[in-house]
Structure formats: C-alpha cells, structure tokens
Design a protein around this ligand. Structure first.
Ligand code: CU
Length: 134
C-alpha cells in the first residue's frame, strides 16, 4: 500500500464512522420508572429520551394493589439540586382516572430530579425520580 492509498483508506474509515454515528437510530424507547409514595405507586414515563426543552410526562398512579388511584391534586416539580435550580410546579391534566399528563420544561441538560407531588384524603405525598436530560 502506498502512502497515498493509506491516507485514502483512513479517510474512508473516518467518513464511514461519522456516517454510522449520524445515521444511528435515535433512542425512542420510552423511559419508565416507578416509585412508591405512601399508599400510592407512581409510574413516570417520558416518551423518547428526556431532553432539554419541553418533555411530555405521563404519570400512572395506583394503590398498592395496582388499582388506579385518584389523588385530588398531582403536580410535577423539576429541580437540579447540584446547581440550586428549582422550577415552579407544572400542573397535570387528567387523561383517564389514575393517568395524568404534564409538560415539563427542562432548561438545561444534566441530572434532574422530578418530584411528583400528590395530595388526597391520605395527605400529602411525594415521589422523586432522577432523570438524565440530554
Ligand atoms: Cu443547571
């Protein structure tokens, strides 16, 4: 192999690597996590990967037996404790009983803690989810 063909082979390899990286399918698997909050089981689901900007967050609230639960009020509060950011709560809307949806705006990438706050006849409860926003 001459020096010139060696350079061409190296360039082709770099172009192929960049193309593979650019064309790699985006991660569309929803991120799902679960947490207990007193008598409630809370599932938080974000369609696609969590990212900077507006994220649609779906919450499913059940009791310990898995029956849908309906606390009076559900809100979502993102915070980035390492940087001292605490954002105002986002209200949720009821999609179906026990299923809530909120739009959560994350102003910067990094590790966020999303607190889901529930109030109902059993009092005030909170479940905290750690998410990585890209
Ligand atoms: Cu920050």
């Amino acid at each position: 192999m001459t020096k010139r063909t060696g350079v061409i082979v190296a360039l082709v390899a770099v172009v192929a690597a960049v193309a593979a990286w650019l064309l790699w399918p985006a991660d569309d698997t929803p991120s799902v996590s679960r947490s207990a909050a007193g008598p409630y089981q809370v599932q938080l689901q974000v369609s696609g990967s969590v990212h900077t900007g507006d994220n649609t967050v779906d919450l499913t609230v059940t009791d310990a037996q898995g029956n849908s639960a309906a606390p009076d009020k559900v809100s979502v509060e993102p915070a980035m404790p390492q940087m001292g950011h605490a954002l105002p709560p986002s209200a949720t809307s009821v999609v179906t009983p026990g299923h809530y949806r909120a739009t959560v705006h994350l102003p910067m990438p990094g590790q966020w803690e999303i607190a889901v706050k529930l109030s109902g006849h059993t009092g005030f409860r909170s479940a905290v989810f750690s998410v990585q926003a890209n």
